[in-house]
Structures are given as C-alpha cells and as structure tokens.
Design a protein around this ligand. Structure first.
Ligand SMILES: [Zn+2]
Ligand SMILES: [Zn+2]
Length: 217
C-alpha cells in the first residue's frame, strides 16, 4: 500500500487530453484525498498504442518506466480477458501487485465534443474514474450498492451494477452521479490507515472545515 504523502505521477499515454486538463484532474484528486497524497507530477509516455492495449500490460509498462504511485490516462481502449463482454474493455483498472492504475477515456467521451460544456463533462468523467482507481491504490474497495457521501453525491468508490445499464447508462447513472467526497465508510478507512492529518478536517454544510486550525483559533 501507498505510504502517506506520496506524490502521484499522472501519465498521459498516447492521448490528446491537454496538460491543463491533467492539471485540473491532479489538483482535484489531491484535494479529494485531503492530505494523503502530497501532490502530483505530470508526464507523457510514448507507448505505441493504437486502438487498444491490454490493461494489465499497460500497468506493467508504467511500473517499469515510471514506478511509484502512478495513474495512467489513455484514450485507447483498455482490454481485459474477462469472459463477460461488458468487462472486456474497462473504464479503469488497477494492478494489485503494484501501485499503478490506468484509466481509458474512450467510453467517457460524449458523442460530440464541440462545446465547453461537453468538454467539461468529459473532463469530469475522467476525473471521477481516476479518483476511483486512485482510491483502489490507497486500499479502498468498490461499493457494489449506491453509497452516498455527506454532500449527497455518490461516493467515488460506488461501482453499482454494470450490466443493468449498459455502457452509456452506466456512465450517466454511476460515473456522472459520483461526487468528489468520500462516504463515511471510506473516510473512516483512510483515517484508520493514514492517520491524524485526515482526521482534522470535517465536511460541514458544503465546506471542508479545518478543525485543527479552528481549535487553535
Ligand atoms: Zn473499482
Ligand atoms: Zn465510499
């Protein structure tokens, strides 16, 4: 498992997502984990990816070339060997043998990206899938059922029942429904594992309140 205060490497792989978008994603991930991740670094990886790549193979390549706590973002399809056709290409995955997670933006893209609003939606979905996979890197597990965070959105670790919706329905119901705040169970887990720093903040009326500072006046 990740040491506290590790820097997250965000690696763009054969993708045309902009660096400024990756920065937005990095900043929001660091903020959502509230002190557990020290910061992020951006990198580009020249993997010869065309249409698709085996998800596990990609995590192994990134482990070898980058290592550490890494999130790879690609626009290629991520393939798995799952018997169920739905899972043969995935939104994101994590290699349990290292701290490398990968996300595919391919199925997250709205039909057209011509307006700012459509691009924002695309970016928001990429962030939410990324947050989920980084959550796995930090030891969090999937919620099969809907689990809401204190702000009323779905916890980033919500997985739901994929096949009930099909790909487009799943993206809209689960991924778009997720927020950037973790549910009590996930927060409790992170408090136990990563300690005090996380404990000093509380989500009250839509804001993170730094209790440590408040107590000190
Ligand atoms: Zn998951
Ligand atoms: Zn949760």
């Amino acid at each position: 498992m990740i040491n506290t205060r590790t820097t997250l490497n965000i690696v763009r792989i054969g993708s045309d997502i902009t660096y400024s978008s990756l920065k937005t994603i990095g900043e929001k991930i660091v903020s959502a984990f509230n002190g557990i991740i020290a910061g992020y670094e951006l990198a580009h990886h020249e993997t010869p990816v065309v249409e698709s790549i085996d998800a596990q193979l990609l995590t192994m390549i990134l482990q070898q070339d980058i290592g550490g706590h890494t999130l790879g973002i690609t626009d290629a399809d991520l393939k798995t060997c799952d018997e169920d056709e739905f899972y043969q290409t995935i939104f994101g995955g994590k290699n349990p043998k290292n701290d490398v997670a990968v996300v595919s933006t391919r199925k997250l893209t709205p039909r057209h990206i011509s307006t700012d609003k459509e691009y924002e939606l695309f970016l928001d979905r990429t962030l939410k899938v990324s947050l989920h996979e980084v959550g796995h890197n930090l030891g969090l597990t999937d919620h099969a059922a809907y689990r809401t965070a204190p702000d009323g959105t779905l916890c980033p670790m919500s997985r739901g029942e994929f096949n009930k919706f099909g790909t487009t329905g799943y993206v809209r119901a689960i991924i778009d429904g997720r927020g950037l705040t973790f549910c009590d169970e996930c927060t409790h887990f992170m408090q136990q594992v990563y300690g005090i720093r996380f404990k000093t903040r509380k989500y009250i009326n839509g804001y993170w309140i730094d209790l440590e500072k408040q107590n000190r006046g």
